[in-house]
Design a binder for this molecule. Structure first.
Ligand code: NDP
Length: 227
């Protein structure tokens, strides 16, 4: 029987590649995007499309209502932004950009998971992945740049850990995952990893995740990363 995989930000980039990967595997894909027109070809291939601006609580609630008590085996909180403009150093931080980035990269994965927790616990897969970034690692940070993005990904790692702590007694696995440096609009054309290879790797980690690996930080090749 196919599993049900819900992916946010599936209109382009890594989210789209994940949706295509799981469609290729014959899974049931619930794809979300701000503009469902971006999902048209995924729908042609069998995906179900849902409108979701991840910062909009009304849209999150409507998604949860539309899904009802449908089990979700894997929730992938993928939608995200690099946030802020320019190098984001101490001298040129824009606090409005920073706040908006936190709403997208940090609050949204928490609120979406919270809204769908009944669907996740009702499934066999019981897995929540949050596409984070190695740039969220405090241990590996030797830079004073990209403060907006780094703080958002560090914070969402803490969200993942808190969700793990709160949900592991119900058998739910929660992991933040680094997708590699990926050639998307965000990663740029010079990035080392194709979206397809990133998606294949991420899915491999997600699909083989053991309970004792939940609440820890992994990359798309299954290497554990320091917080
Ligand atoms: P892209 O910029 O290619 O795609 C971002 C996706 O997120 C789009 O689908 C976009 O939708 C969606 N999105 C952004 N803001 C919102 C919002 N407010 N509501 C709903 N959807 C939104 O980025 P990637 O595919 O590269 O990134 C995906 C994830 O991977 C992100 O979380 C990113 O931080 C992470 N990541 C990426 C890396 C890389 O090298 N590419 C490296 C490390 C982490 P729309 O089309 O509507 O804008």
């Amino acid at each position: 029987m196919s599993r049900t995989i819900l992916i946010t930000g599936a209109g382009r980039g890594i989210g789209r590649a994940l949706a295509e990967h799981y469609l290729d595997k014959g899974e049931t894909v619930l794809a979300t995007a701000r503009d469902t027109g971006d999902l048209a070809d995924l729908v042609e291939r069998g995906a179900e499309a849902f409108e979701l601006e991840v910062t909009d609580q009304n849209q999150i609630d409507r998604l949860a209502a539309d899904l009802g008590d449908r089990p979700i085996d894997v929730l992938i909180n993928n939608a995200g932004v690099i946030g802020g403009k320019g190098p984001q150093t101490l001298s040129n931080l824009n606090q409005d950009d920073w706040a908006e980035t936190m709403r997208i990269n940090v609050f949204a994965p928490f609120r979406i998971t919270e809204a769908l927790v009944g669907n996740i616990t009702a499934s066999a897969g019981k897995t929540v992945a949050i596409i984070s970034s190695r740039m969220g690692s405090i241990d590996q940070n030797a830079s004073s740049e990209k403060i907006v993005y780094r703080t958002s990904k560090a914070a969402v790692n803490q969200v993942a850990k808190a969700l793990h702590n709160g949900l592991h007694s119900q058998g739910v696995k929660v992991v933040p995952l680094h997708p590699g440096w990926v050639a998307t609009d965000m990663g740029g054309p010079g990035a080392a990893v194709t979206p397809e290879d990133s998606a294949r790797g991420l899915a491999g980690v997600i699909d083989n995740l053991r309970q004792d690996q939940s609440g820890r930080f992994w990359d798309y090749q299954g290497q554990e990363l320091p917080w």
